[in-house]
Design a protein around this ligand. Structure first.
Ligand code: HEC
Ligand code: HEC
Length: 318
């Protein structure tokens, strides 16, 4: 009996030791590293691409990389990132060769945006956007914009503040979050005359669905529709004061979603943050004035086609 207990205890000690060693390994090694990208691709820069890229980057990148003081993409502290991720700073992605991404090739930028693997092979955790569903042309437009002489991306000698990812981020990046596969076939933008298909493209690529589905930890990045409570809201966010608020249900459910909204109400809310003369959106949802009415209309048309989910989301108090 005593012997059995002793075996049990030493077995337990071994398990504790192994877990400790694993944790120490993860803590010291940090975020995993993969093969360095070898994508040879160069993007032709022309005014149409720069304009499209600026519009996309304003909606998709500026929220994190834009610095209010420099008015350029010189990076900033992401004060609203959930503290469990650690201390996160978005880096300088202007054209500066030392402090920005002036030395990155077009292929390296594209590879990062698709997979999450950076130039040196290290993995950018989920707090950096990834664009697995965006069309090749739209990705090329973002790269063209980053290379353009637009004021937002002009070389700025401002050092990035390194992020301090938490143990949790390192742990999850080791076992759970993996780089996304690089697309093996061409991705095209759906014909904009197909309102619903175009609306899905925008809903997916402007990331409406990640915030507006039920839970960040239950997203299916490769097949958005398989996410828990797809577009049905209830996902927890932080406002600028660190107070929790929930995302709204955007499915066409009449009682708990936006099934009773008119197209006009929707377009005004999404573009200007106003509904019936009242403020309709709150941080971290930023209005999208960059969208054309047609694009907002397409998103609305698509949202009306997703399966309605009866999910009452209590609007957080102001
Ligand atoms: C939610 C915030 C967020 C968004 C949105 C975002 N980024 Fe980032 N980005 C980050 C953070 C944080 C890092 C640093 C990641 C790390 O530490 O590995 C980063 C890293 C990068 C890097 C690597 C820079 C370097 O020096 O290592 C590039 C390039 C980049 N982002 C470009 C973009 C582009 C282009 C977009 C828009 C399509 C974008 N990012 C959207 C937060 C964001
Ligand atoms: C960063 C997360 C985030 C993103 C991205 C986002 N939203 Fe939101 N959205 C929210 C939050 C949070 C609210 C609720 C704000 C509140 O409590 O008033 C909201 C509210 C809304 C509302 C108002 C709903 C209501 O019932 O009042 C609409 C409509 C909406 N979002 C549409 C969109 C669309 C369309 C997109 C993509 C183009 C989008 N959102 C992208 C977080 C987000």
């Amino acid at each position: 009996m005593k012997k059995a207990l002793r075996y049990l205890l030493s077995g337990f000690a071994v398990v504790v030791l192994l877990i400790g060693a694993g944790a120490l390994f993860i803590q010291l090694r940090g975020i995993p590293t993969y093969d360095k990208p070898v994508l040879q691709q160069s993007v032709e820069i022309h005014p149409q691409r720069i304009a499209r890229g600026k519009k996309l980057a304003t909606m998709l990148c500026a929220g994190c990389h834009m610095n209010a003081e420099t008015k350029r993409l010189t990076g900033k502290h992401m004060s609203d990132a959930p503290p469990v991720f650690g201390e996160i700073h978005a880096p300088n992605i202007t054209q500066d060769k030392t402090y920005g991404i002036g030395e990155w090739t077009d292929g390296e930028i594209i590879y990062l945006l698709r997979t999450g693997i950076k130039r040196d092979g290290s993995y950018a955790p989920p707090y950096m956007a990834k664009l697995p569903h965006m069309s090749d042309e739209d990705i090329a437009s973002i790269v063209a914009f980053l290379r353009s002489d637009d004021e937002m991306v002009r070389a700025s000698e401002i050092p990035s503040v390194p992020s301090q990812p938490s143990f949790m981020t390192k742990f999850l990046s080791t076992i759970e979050f993996k780089p996304l596969p690089f697309p093996t076939t061409a991705i095209n933008i759906p014909d904009s005359t197909d309102l619903v298909a175009y609306g899905r493209y925008l809903t997916v690529n402007l990331d409406c669905w990640t915030c507006h589905s039920g839970d960040f930890t239950k997203l299916d990045v490769m097949v958005p529709e398989n996410s828990y409570h797809f577009l049905a809201g209830g996902n927890k966010m932080l406002d600028l004061k660190g107070k929790e608020l929930l995302t709204m249900n955007l499915t066409p459910d009449k009682e708990t979603g936006i099934g009773n909204w008119t197209e006009e109400q929707f377009i005004k809310a999404v573009k200007y943050g106003m509904k019936d003369g009242e403020p309709a959106l709150r941080y971290p949802m930023m209005p999208y004035p960059q969208l054309t009415d047609y694009e907002a209309k397409a998103i609305f048309a698509y949202l009306q086609t997703v399966p309605p989910v009866n999910n009452p989301v209590k609007r957080s108090s102001m």
